[in-house]
Design a protein around this ligand. Structure first.
Ligand SMILES: [Zn+2]
Length: 666
């Protein structure tokens, strides 16, 4: 056992930290290394993590605040009215932290659900059980739920999507080769051990695990690849429920709809992946019931394992570390905190904001985001390749992007959520059922535009094409992303370029550009502009296809296309926004030896200050639409003339790509 690391106060995080710069590296040769190299050299990824860097630092800082909120809520339970939201929050978290009760209970908390599965003897009972498990949050058979209607974004539509796999992607089931074979064998061995832990005799456990693998392989073969799904039209198949009955005729859908809690009839649905739903419906009708029961047990046990006793937790962790590379479990409080945030995020978000996010921070962050929007507007107005007809629509879309910054205006009402003192795994199922019931009857109803898709402490942001909105939770508006006291070069490089510019560009990437100002999936492009966009986007694909991700694996340029376009657009737009701010507010002199423009690119590069384990990089080749962070920096900056100018880079330097290979998009 290595000696435990000495406890020291965390170093305050800055938007730009010049101590992270590797002064032996050359900015024009490898800017990622230049900006982050000294930090990477000195940093060790902690055993419980798959990567280290910005996200971990910011999450660690946020989690200390969230922990204080949860500890207070747990301690105050006795003095709070039972079933008040704060009581529920404290009780939920405390039931997760109660390791004594969890160890003593073993698998008992999920026994009633295992017994439900055992009792299935007919196909209609199978369908009801699939519905019951979905309501409790389990990923079985397929995904179903309300979604914004692609063709009427004022209303929700009932929506089906592929799902139900235990491995992280369909490709793990279908790809040939030794590495995939070994993952599949490891998965079957993992399921065998989970069945054995749940009390099955070894020969039967191994048999059941093989049956699960066989069923999931059939589902995987009918699943769409992530690359194919990037085209919004590929997953846009609105149809009447009558057409659904024809497409997936083996399932009695009205019965299913009633089982999941729909109280009014649905007349139309979107079927994201028709081939998949057709195949699953065939399997529901024809695969042996014993095979389905093994499959449902496998998902119930594996998706509950993290909240059961240690043997289950360890088995689940060991298998997942194959994909993450983590060497150790996170401490229980972190695992419990993250689950509580995921399930009751808006109950703790309010207290989190009160402790960390003053109104001045929100106002300054909004000002940066508005500058970025204005800079994008100016770029759109002057793009040489775009026709005025398309341009007018693009400007309209940009002007209609709504933004959410910090935290919701209305907090979710948790009155109907049931929380008990334990067992925790049942509280998780209740929270999932609460969320399901809160939303399941939305089809046909007006869209709630005030709703947030991320919780407040989350260190992330998103663009939602059907709502045409950008969302920046308070958790992401802290150092290192943003500091109201930092200089413009720093804030515009990080919050402006890496975050706001990036998210706004998503509205105009290879997928986002197919949605209009109101979020409807509608082609508003003149054909010649579409052709230009696709040709230039192809240059982005080729650029990233050329980068090594890990070992001999290349980045998948097609899978990462939208993120790479957003990274590049973000860098360009954030830079313009900085220039606007400098003209308006005046130029400072050198700060820590750097011009505002140099600090802009440094902040951009340091906002991707991350290094990660090879296991995670390998998994990301298949599942992640983001390129590795080194290319999220070196890819865009080597396309940017302003970068070359700021650091005096010359033609022929690795960070200066030739003019004809640089994509001309935004
Ligand atoms: Zn993105």
């Amino acid at each position: 056992m290595p000696a435990p690391a000495p406890i020291r106060a965390p170093r305050p995080i800055k938007v730009i930290d010049t101590d992270w710069i590797d002064s032996t590296a050359k900015a024009c040769t490898d800017f990622f290394q230049y900006a982050n190299g000294a930090w990477i050299r000195d940093d060790t990824i902690p055993a419980a993590y798959s990567s280290s860097g910005v996200m971990r630092d910011m999450s660690d800082a946020n989690e200390l605040v969230v922990r204080a909120v949860l500890d207070d809520a747990a301690a105050a339970r006795a003095s709070r009215p039972r079933d008040s939201t704060e009581w529920k929050l404290g009780t939920f978290y405390a039931s997760c932290m109660d390791s004594t009760a969890i160890e003593a209970a073993g698998i008992a908390p999920i026994r009633p659900w295992l017994a439900e599965i055992d009792r299935i003897t007919t196909r209609s009972q199978l369908l009801s059980e699939i519905a019951a498990l979905q309501v409790r949050g389990l990923n079985v058979a397929f995904h179903f739920g309300p979604d914004v209607d692609n063709h009427d974004t004022e209303h929700y539509i009932a929506s089906f999507f592929q799902g139900g796999l235990g491995l992280p992607d369909r490709d793990y089931y279908t790809t040939a080769g030794a590495s995939s074979d070994s993952t599949r064998q490891a998965y079957v061995a993992h399921l065998t051990r989970l069945f054995a832990l749940a009390g099955e005799q070894r020969p039967r456990a191994a048999h059941d695990a093989a049956e699960v693998m066989a069923l999931e392989t059939e589902m995987a073969k009918a699943s769409m690849t992530r690359v194919a799904m990037r085209d919004p039209a590929a997953t846009d198949h609105p149809m009447t429920t009558h057409a659904l009955d024809t497409l997936a005729s083996q399932v009695r859908w009205p019965r299913y709809f009633r089982s999941v809690g729909l109280t009014h009839p649905v007349d139309k649905v979107n079927v994201g992946v028709p081939d998949f739903l057709r195949r699953v419906s065939q399997l529901i009708a024809t695969a042996p019931l014993a095979q389905w029961k093994a499959y449902l047990r496998a998902h119930l046990i594996s998706e509950s394992a993290s909240w059961l006793s240690t043997p289950f937790v360890n088995e689940r962790f060991t298998f997942s570390s194959r994909f993450s590379g983590a060497k150790q479990l996170l401490p229980r409080w972190k695992r419990c905190l993250r689950e509580t945030d995921g399930d009751l995020g808006e109950a703790l978000g309010q207290a989190y904001v009160a402790r960390t996010f003053p109104p001045e921070a929100k106002a300054r962050a909004k000002a940066v985001i508005e500058d970025v929007r204005a800079a994008f507007r100016e770029r759109l107005q002057h793009l040489a390749w775009m026709s005025d007809t398309t341009r007018a629509q693009a400007l309209d879309k940009l002007d209609h992007i709504s933004e959410k910054v910090g935290y919701p205006d209305h907090w979710r009402d948790y009155t109907k959520l049931v929380v008990k003192n334990g067992p925790f795994v049942q509280n998780v199922a209740r929270a999932n059922a609460f969320e399901w019931q809160r939303t399941i009857n939305r089809p046909g109803q007006p869209v709630d535009k005030t709703e947030w898709g991320m919780t407040v402490p989350t260190v992330n942001a998103y663009y939602d094409p059907t709502k045409n909105e950008v969302v920046f939770p308070a958790g992401a508006l802290m150092p290192q992303t943003f500091d109201p006291k930092a200089d413009d070069g720093a804030n515009y490089g990080s919050l402006g370029g890496s975050w706001a510019g990036h998210e706004i560009t998503h509205g105009f990437d290879d997928a986002g550009r197919h949605y209009d100002a109101a979020g409807n999936l509608r082609d508003w492009w003149q054909p010649a502009d579409s052709v230009h966009f696709s040709q230039q986007a192809e240059l982005v694909v080729r650029q990233y296809d050329g980068y090594i991700q890990v070992d001999t694996f290349h980045v998948n340029g097609k899978l990462t296309e939208g993120e790479n376009i957003a990274d590049f657009g973000g860098l360009l737009i954030g830079y313009d926004a900085l220039e606007r701010a400098l003209q308006r507010d005046g130029r400072p002199g050198l700060i820590e030896g750097y011009t505002p423009e140099q600090r802009y690119f440094l902040a951009f590069a340091q906002s991707f200050r991350v290094h990660e384990r090879p296991e995670q990089l390998r998994t990301r080749v298949t599942v992640d639409e983001h390129s590795p962070d080194i290319w999220r920096v070196n890819g865009p900056v080597s396309n940017s003339p302003a970068f070359a100018q700021a650091f005096g880079c010359k033609a022929g330097d690795p960070m200066v790509r030739t003019r004809d290979s640089v994509p001309q998009i935004w």
